[in-house]
Design a binder for this molecule. Structure first.
Ligand code: ZN
Length: 271
């Protein structure tokens, strides 16, 4: 899928040598600040995750206040500050308005935005993650009935990019049984588990989550990538519910394992 946010957004009023930068950015979340301002957490394409103030944007006469909504992809001109940046200009590149108008889509898109917010620290650059978020927001808007699957596909991909790929090819405990023949999932091992290993109750696997055959088939397709394969399939409600439950547990475990240490490390001066 081509991304329209290639290159740099142009702004005619850009002043040379001023501490300004132009970039594409997707709004992850916003907080109220004072009477009329907002702090926006934005995933930009070239400058990483930034926090920027939108001054006066909660006033009805604000020039671009209505554009600074969650999930909106903007062409931005931003004044670089010591702690917080300040939004100077904002034009809509893609509004992604459908993601805000339907509660199911809003919940799923919010989870994707929250994950991006969580995996990056301030100013951390990751143009690939920007492109991935843009792509999955686009897929979600085009396939509104599959929003939960799209969210799961995004989560799988983000985890795999960070080096935490789920083991779906064969049993994560014995490797002797193909993934599609497995019956449950071990959060601790991050993979599918066969029935024999489940019955043997190996302490290695930890607590297991029992899954239906359809859910296992779905997980294998999502893990294999290629959105077309799982987007075109018809999946029963139980399989989708099981998958959502599983992904929530997997993410909890992953965040606990990788991000606590990551955050502690980042808080140590000089690290
Ligand atoms: Zn096994």
């Amino acid at each position: 899928m081509s991304n329209p946010c290639d290159g740099k957004p142009g702004f005619s009023s850009r002043r040379e040598n001023a501490p300004l930068y132009s970039d594409f950015g997707i709004v992850l979340r916003s907080y109220k600040l004072g009477e009329a301002d907002k702090i926006l957490r934005i995933m930009t394409r070239e400058n990483g995750k930034v926090s920027a103030v939108g001054k006066g944007v909660r006033r009805t006469r604000s020039k671009f206040g209505a554009r600074l909504e969650p999930f909106t992809c903007l062409k931005l001109l931003i004044h670089k500050g010591k702690t917080l940046d300040i939004i100077n200009q904002a034009e809509i590149e893609s509004s992604f308005h459908q993601l805000r108008e339907n509660l199911d889509l809003f919940v799923c898109a919010s989870a994707m935005a929250e994950l991006v917010d969580c995996v990056l620290v301030e100013r951390q650059k990751d143009g690939g993650l920007f492109d991935l978020l843009y792509k999955y927001q686009t897929i979600m808007e085009r396939s509104p009935g599959k929003a939960a699957l799209v969210q799961a596909g995004f989560e799988f991909t983000v985890m795999a990019r960070a080096g935490y790929e789920l083991n779906t090819g064969s049993c994560a405990a014995c490797s002797g049984v193909e993934g599609k023949e497995c019956t449950s999932f071990s959060i601790r091992l991050g993979g599918l588990i066969c029935d024999k290993c489940r019955k043997e109750k190996s302490p290695l696997t930890g607590k297991l989550i029992k899954l239906s055959n359809e859910c296992i088939a779905l997980i294998i397709l999502i893990a294999d990538g290629g959105e077309k394969n799982w987007l075109e399939g018809e999946w029963n409600a139980t399989a989708q519910r099981e998958m959502r439950y599983l992904m929530d547990r997997v993410l909890e475990h992953w965040m606990e394992r990788d991000f606590k240490s990551h955050r502690v490390l980042k808080s140590i001066p000089g690290s």
